[in-house]
Design a protein around this ligand. Structure first.
Ligand SMILES: O=P(O)(O)OC[C@H]1O[C@H](OP(=O)(O)OP(=O)(O)O)[C@H](O)[C@@H]1O
Ligand SMILES: O=C(O)c1cc(=O)[nH]c(=O)[nH]1
Ligand SMILES: [Mg+2]
Length: 197
């Protein structure tokens, strides 16, 4: 699947939104990739995650466990794991901090892949990876559907993306006038107070 194919899936799903968005990191952007418009369609999701699984397996070898950050990472994590023949678990925020809850445990020898939906600054991915430190030492890498940082996000492990885009994002106090003129919406699940730039 080429980068253009991935973008076409987002476009066809109506998932390429334009407006004024408050991102998870607190940055502002005129573009939002509403991944839930992808994930509401299991067939489209399977097409994308099959391609992601193939790319991740080629980069990292056999994967036993996929770990994803909730909420956005749960569906692509599950479907990518299904395509890899791996298990799928997720971390979720407790008092704002990602935790592996619900009795999920990762076997010591399991080769673990972190799967995200969208990477912007890499903050959520880094928080997810940090939360795993006490559960596994065997994270082989990370994968996401779209890296919108243009490859600039640093996760501390290799990141494989199905598509890499360079989409503008601005600190709240440095908005271009055309963006400042629009009302801002915050689509994601992280609390605005908890977001750090
Ligand atoms: O690379 P970053 O700057 O961290 O941005 C990307 C993150 O933002 C979104 O999650 P969000 O916290 O908005 O919540 P969601 O997963 O519930 O959509 C998305 O699912 C990624 O996890
Ligand atoms: O940075 C984010 O929070 C973010 C950007 C984006 O395009 N899509 C998304 O779900 N989250
Ligand atoms: Mg998320």
């Amino acid at each position: 699947m080429t980068q253009d194919d991935v973008l076409a899936e987002f476009r066809d799903a109506g998932a390429l939104l334009e407006g004024h968005f408050i991102l998870s990191s607190g940055l502002r952007s005129p573009v939002f990739l509403q991944k839930m418009f992808i994930f509401q369609d299991p067939v489209r999701t399977a097409r994308l995650c099959k391609a992601l699984a193939e790319k991740a397996e080629a980069a990292f070898g056999k994967i036993d466990y996929v770990v994803s950050p909730a909420i956005g990472g749960i569906v692509p994590g599950y479907e990518t794991a299904r395509q890899l023949g791996a298990k799928a678990v997720f971390v979720e925020r407790e008092n704002g901090v990602f935790q592996l809850r619900r009795g999920f445990a990762i076997p010591e020898d399991a080769r673990v892949l972190m799967v995200e939906d969208i990477v912007t600054t890499g903050l959520s991915s880094r928080e997810c990876l940090a939360s795993l430190a006490e559960h596994t030492r065997n994270i082989v890498g990370a994968a996401c559907l779209i890296d919108r940082s243009g490859g600039k996000a640093d996760l501390g492990v290799k990141l494989v993306a199905l598509a890499q885009l360079d989409i503008p994002a601005y600190p709240a106090d440095s908005l271009p006038p055309e963006l400042a003129a629009l009302p801002a919406v915050k689509p994601g699940s992280r609390s605005i107070q908890g977001a750090k730039a």
